[in-house]
Design a protein around this ligand. Structure first.
Ligand SMILES: [Zn+2]
Length: 486
């Protein structure tokens, strides 16, 4: 009888965020082929086999910032107003800005829960620094300058963390991620993650919560640093190398921690496992600014001097003769030099669309080092987003084009002076994975066995509405995602 009178059911939700986890690790189904680890991850396997799961399409760009915020606000990057970590701060040539928590003007799940009087615990979710109060507890993420600053809410939580870690420093990120010393890297990742789980389990036990979410950035770091040792489709993979098990070992460790956490949950808690994007083998780097130079679109006043790779801010650009320039990264942002918009704009404003279409066409026609089509895609922001927001506090100017070189099999190098436009060494240090568009989603409800239902077509922005719906709250009308049906 009681059920008839009950309003919408209100569940607790725990979100296990695995930065950079691709479907091919966890799932046996999927376009890119399984990496065959699922059977060695008993707890994740159980969630998948009894739950609902599928690939989770990331934002474009599929980069940690803006992806997690897009997921948790259910807004696309154009509405959020930032397009990566580093963005153009305005239409000048040199002002860049980092999209910290200050760039966020939309509500994320815990802000809505705070308004509804519910308790949240949030650990390691990107763009939570500087600290803003919520109802509950929060520990910030990487992009926190150092833990000498306030990195928790409430501030006193730091002393509890100190006690849990026996005085050891809590790591928001791997202290030195781009290193050639792989043993050192692995040790750092393992220590960081063990400390995080000690704190997570402490919070689970000691603090009240309706919503608990944490993100483990160590997985992203180990993918970038160790991918070629594991992934057989990486061009530099050597079977039988001493680090072949580094990534699988780390996944097995995460799975063990997940098992312990699941043992601490009650029957009322629904568990989600999500990632912000996937990972794939990186074939090489493409020197996009050198290519623009060859095409006559970017003109320097003199040949760059010094030890390559030479960063963009160390060369003298002849802006009056320059049509376009680019920023490197896992994807590339291409900027156009437009009359009346940039200080020394070259492209007449009325020709903007024509020039942009030509540029897009030329980029998409680029061939790889063997002369084969690279398969690059150049996106126009306004084709992707509901709106491309004008500049707000801490926000950014949208790029004119966003480019996935070789559909992300190639990284974009913004530097100068390398011997060739194709490079097989990253200009930022060792890194052999790129991001991939598809991440993962799994939902497990201890009260309902879904029998491992595989769902396609899920998108990052569906996560926030699904969480709110599970927790018995109405989904705000301006959220762009949909509630995932259970
Ligand atoms: Zn990420």
């Amino acid at each position: 009888m009681l059920n008839l009178f009950r309003r919408k059911k209100s569940r607790k939700v725990l979100v296990f965020g695995l930065d950079c986890a691709p479907p091919r690790v966890m799932f046996k189904t999927g376009a890119e082929g399984s990496l065959g680890l699922k059977d060695q991850l008993p707890n994740l396997s159980c969630l998948i086999d009894e739950g609902i799961y599928g690939p989770l399409s990331s934002s474009i760009p599929c980069i940690t910032v803006p992806a997690w915020t897009s997921m948790l606000s259910s807004k696309d990057p154009g509405v959020l107003g930032f397009y990566g970590f580093r963005n153009r701060a305005d239409h000048s040539y040199d002002r860049m800005t980092i999209a910290t928590g200050n760039a966020i003007h939309e509500k994320r799940v815990w802000n809505i829960l705070t308004e509804a009087g519910k308790e949240s615990i949030v650990v390691g979710v990107p763009q939570t620094y500087p600290i803003k109060p919520i109802k509950g507890h929060l520990i910030s993420s990487f992009l926190t300058p150092n833990v000498e600053r306030q990195y928790t809410h409430p501030d006193e939580l730091r002393y509890e963390i100190d006690r849990v870690l026996d005085g050891a420093t809590y790591d928001v990120d791997v202290p030195q991620f781009r290193t050639d010393d792989k043993d050192f890297l692995l040790r750092q990742i393992q220590e960081m993650t063990e400390k995080r789980f000690a704190v997570i389990k402490y919070l689970l036990k000691e603090k009240p919560w309706d919503f608990f979410m944490f993100v483990e950035i160590g997985l992203d770091r180990i993918h970038h640093g160790m991918w070629k040792f594991w992934a057989q489709d990486h061009p530099k993979h050597e079977p039988g190398n001493p680090y072949e098990n580094a990534i699988p070992d780390y996944y097995r460790y995460l799975d063990k921690e997940l098992g312990e956490i699941m043992g601490m949950l009650d029957e009322d808690t629904v568990v989600l496992v999500v990632s912000d994007h996937g990972a794939k083998s990186m074939e090489g780097g493409f020197a996009v600014n050198e290519w623009l130079r060859r095409e006559g679109l970017l003109v320097l006043k003199e040949e760059p001097e010094g030890e390559p790779p030479i960063p963009f801010d160390k060369v003298a650009v002849d802006w009056e003769k320059t049509t376009a320039w680019a920023a490197g990264g896992y994807y590339s942002r291409v900027f156009m030099n437009v009359e009346g918009r940039e200080p020394q704009g070259k492209i007449p404003a009325q020709d903007y669309e024509k020039v942009r279409d030509e540029l897009k066409e030329r980029i998409e026609a680029i061939v790889d080092h063997e002369g084969k089509p690279m398969g690059s895609v150049a996106f126009k922001p306004e084709d992707l987003y509901r709106e491309v927001r004008a500049l707000r506090d801490g926000g950014a100017v949208a790029p004119d084009l966003m480019v996935y070189f070789g559909n992300l099999r190639w990284r974009a190098l913004g530097t100068f002076g390398l011997p060739d436009i194709y490079s097989f060494e990253n200009d930022l240090g060792p890194d052999d994975a790129n991001h991939a568009q598809e991440g993962i989603f799994a939902l497990w409800d201890p009260r309902q066995n879904h029998g491992g239902r595989y769902v396609e077509g899920l998108q990052l922005m569906d996560v926030a509405p699904t969480v709110l719906d599970l927790m018995g709250l109405d989904v705000p009308k301006d959220m762009q995602g949909k509630v995932i049906q259970r």
